[in-house]
Design a protein around this ligand. Structure first.
Ligand code: ADP
Ligand code: MG
Length: 189
């Protein structure tokens, strides 16, 4: 239900051989949806182009197939929606909206640093969902960089503390899959 996936990607068409740093066994386990029943989180770390969004969509689809409500959003869109709701005096409604789905997928955390106010809004959402509903986050920033992302070390630590407490983490390494295709085509040396 209500998913808003940005593209058609499945776990079946993810080439695990091309990305040996991805723990395929863990991905298969996550696809069962058990982590959602336990309100656990999933954090996908890695540089651009390594398949984070692909896996996030694939796992989101698997969650829908196992009967869970899923909402997919980018970090930027999420924060813009919360900031707008706050300025309109309807923050509570918007927090409810994002707290409701059993799985909330937040893609591309860290590409843009948050405004101080946005970091507080994100904290409120994470605190609302903590031990109640799962979040699946993708990010290009290692946890040591999150203070910079949120503009505040204390806030970043509080957010991370809750996200990581009951969580599965996947660290994806290697070259961008996108650039690899270009290299194959001879466009890059
Ligand atoms: P990221 O979110 O980490 O920047 P994406 O998930 O958007 O990367 O991946 C970039 C492109 O490469 C997408 O079209 C994605 O489907 C594809 N891709 C990445 N890794 C793989 C893989 N291992 N197998 C198949 N396609 C992949
Ligand atoms: Mg991405």
């Amino acid at each position: 239900t209500i998913a808003h996936f940005p593209a058609v990607k499945t776990l079946e068409d993810f080439d695990f051989k091309a990305q040996p740093s991805v723990d395929q066994k863990l991905v298969r386990e996550l696809a069962t949806g058990r982590f959602i029943a336990q309100a656990e989180n999933v954090l996908l770390f890695g540089p651009p182009g390594v398949g984070k969004t692909h896996l996030a969509i694939g796992l989101g689809r698997a969650a829908v197939e196992t009967g869970h409500s899923v909402l997919f959003t980018s970090a930027t869109a999420l924060l813009a929606a919360l900031a707008k709701a706050e300025s309109e005096g309807i923050l509570k409604d918007k927090l409810n909206y994002f707290a409701k789905p059993k799985l909330l997928v937040v893609d591309e955390l860290g590409y843009l640093p948050f405004e101080k106010r946005s970091a507080h809004l994100f904290f409120q959402l994470v605190a609302r969902r903590y031990e109640k509903g799962s979040m699946l986050l993708t990010t290009n920033q290692m946890v040591g960089q999150w203070g910079g992302v949120f503009g505040d070390d204390v806030l970043a630590a509080a957010i991370l503390d809750r996200l990581l407490h009951h969580s599965h983490t996947l660290l994806i390494q290697g070259d961008s899959y996108r650039l690899r295709q270009k290299k194959k085509a001879g466009l890059l040396s």
